[in-house]
Design a protein around this ligand. Structure first.
Ligand code: IMP
Length: 546
């Protein structure tokens, strides 16, 4: 085909503006709003009904920084911030101490469930608080009369060895030795006193040693533990090599600025006996309490918030669950430090079907967060998270953090054992706290193991006094997901890449951009959703991370 002139190939588009360098200027001058929709237009339920995560997408912005530079620092309550905006749910198939420890080590937070006796829950809090320390100020101490068998039992109970032995078996008494894991490992004479096997060639550091100095001594001594002693040789505290290693391996770990211990959160109900439970949790070192209710706007919760704030002003209180401005306002007025948003969006939840009450999650998150932000109250988007995209959409809708149940229930750190499903896949149990199984579980004793009134499941759904239990959740199983030590870093890297695509360098930047209207959205139709998923392939393998 003959080419007519040097500029065009036959059917060239006719340009309205010849000077391409003017593109940005034209955009700025002639287009009063950005492409797509601002968040309030997107989530205007008058126009198109209330939306949830799958109903919309976020439009890409300009990438001017590497994904690894994206900061995910975020508040979880008015006073406590995290480096990773991820929480695990207080459910008995999701968060016990092991999940709480690992979520905190990875920069998030695990909320310990309360479907167990208060003493059991307090023990879990204690395990989290003891897990990583600078100076361990309340180490487990043995007396010289303690037996090898007792030392072995303590190792099994706490998951660590390395117990100092003092003259009268307490802190502030003269240090005489240390029993290490290796000392007890192959010693079969279980009734021997620990003095037979303990190490006595001790390297110690004097009281007043700084953490940096103590770390240095520990490094050069090649010992596992460094006891800190006063001028009379009395044990004051302990430093552990494994804590040093943990500090190196988990730079994002959630800790309060004044402490080297992991932040610990736990859930309680709003009944009278939960006050005693909370006292025990606080004694064990609790930092944040979540008042666990499916419908938070109740006289019980409001009274409980006031009581906790009056009696434990040092503890941050997260109220909920809420999905409306009105519910949020009542809890903010009562004094909450954070809110938990979601009703009926959970993967094991049938609340919306059975109760006809609830709200699509994206609409709920936007409505509550836009109100709560005016009072500086951070919000958790709780439930309905199936992938990284959902996490980012919850954050874009205004949440400071996102809480997950089902997505984490299949990990190594969740309670329970793996089993093989009928289809031959490796799975773990996952159940809603409003499922009949969870509500009936007698494990749930608050002292009285035979009483339904002691069950966290029934309390969450105000069903303690019901003669017929009405389920709001189901019991099932979820696929094996491996360890959260791999899964959470995958989620974090995914969120950072997503924010990079959106063109915001931080979570704060995302919130600012959404509120200013510079971060834009688009609704998607059912066929757009199909287009956004894998399609047209004969077969494929969906491996999510490596
Ligand atoms: P998921 O991450 O979608 O599995 O949702 C977890 C959230 O579901 C929890 O944090 C609770 O807010 C909520 N939830 C837990 N159990 C039930 C239930 O039995 N019915 C309704 N919602 C539940």
């Amino acid at each position: 085909m003959p080419i007519s002139n040097g500029d065009s190939l036959g059917c060239a588009m006719k340009a309205e503006i010849q000077d391409h360098t003017k593109a940005l200027e034209v955009l700025e001058k002639e287009y009063s709003t950005g492409d797509g929709l601002d968040i309030d237009t997107l989530l205007d339920s008058d126009k198109h009904g209330a939306l949830t995560y799958n109903d919309f997408l976020i439009l890409p912005g300009y990438i001017g920084f590497p994904a690894s530079d994206v900061s995910l620092d975020t508040p979880v309550t008015k006073r406590v911030s995290l480096k990773v905006p991820l929480l695990s749910s207080p459910m008995d198939t999701v968060t016990e101490h092991n999940m709480a420890i690992h979520m905190a080590l990875l920069g998030g937070l695990g909320v310990i469930h309360h479907n167990c006796a208060p003493a059991e829950q307090a023990e879990m809090v204690r395990k989290v608080k003891r897990y990583e320390n600078g100076f361990i100020s309340d180490p487990v101490v043995l007396s010289p009369q303690a037996t090898v068998s007792e030392a072995k039992e303590l190792k099994a109970k706490w998951g660590f060895g390395g117990f100092p032995v003092t003259e009268n078996g307490t802190l502030r008494s003269k240090l005489v030795g240390i029993v290490t894991s290796r000392d007890i490992q192959f010693h079969d004479n279980l009734n021997d006193p620990v003095t037979v096997i303990m190490s006595t060639d001790l390297v110690t550091a004097p009281a007043g040693t700084t953490l940096a100095e103590a770390n240095e001594v520990l490094r050069s001594s090649k010992k596992g533990k460094l006891p800190i002693v006063d001028e009379n040789g009395n044990l004051i505290s302990l430093l552990s090599r494994s804590d040093l290693m943990k500090n190196l391996h988990y730079p994002l770990a959630s800790k309060l600025p004044q402490s080297k211990q992991l932040i610990c959160a736990a859930a309680i109900g709003t009944r009278e006996e939960d006050k005693t439970r909370l006292k025990m949790l606080v004694e064990a070192g609790l930092d944040i309490v979540i008042l666990d209710s499916s419908q938070g706007n109740s006289m019980y919760q409001i009274q409980m918030i006031r009581w906790v704030k009056e009696n434990f002003p040092e503890i941050d209180v997260i109220g909920g669950n809420v999905v409306t401005r009105e519910q949020a306002a009542a809890l903010i007025a009562a004094g909450v430090d954070g809110l938990r948003i979601g009703m009926g969006s959970g993967s094991a939840c049938i609340t919306q079907e059975v109760m006809a009450v609830g709200r699509p999650q994206a609409a709920a998150v936007r409505s509550v967060t836009s109100f709560a932000a005016r009072f500086g109250v951070p919000c958790i988007a709780d439930g309905g998270i199936q992938n990284i995209g959902h996490i980012v959409k919850g954050l874009a809708a205004g949440a400071s953090t996102v809480m997950m149940g089902g997505l984490l229930a299949g990990t190594t750190e969740s309670p329970g054992e793996y089993f093989v499903s009928k289809e031959g896949q490796l799975v773990k149990a996952y159940r809603g706290m409003g499922s009949i199984a969870a509500m009936e579980d007698r494990k749930a004793g608050a002292g009285n193991k035979d009483s339904k009134a002691s069950n966290a499941g029934t309390a969450r759904y105000f069903s303690e006094k019901d003669s017929v239990l009405v389920a709001q959740g189901v019991a099932g199983s979820v696929l094996d997901r491996g360890s959260i030590t791999k899964f959470v870093p995958y989620l974090v890297a995914g969120i950072q890449h997503s924010l990079q695509d959106i063109g915001v360098p931080s979570l704060q930047g995302l919130h600012d951009g959404v509120n200013k209207g510079t971060v834009r959205f688009e609704m998607r139709s059912a066929s757009a959703m199909a287009e956004g998923n894998v399609h047209g392939l004969h077969s494929y393998d969906k491996k999510l991370y490596a």
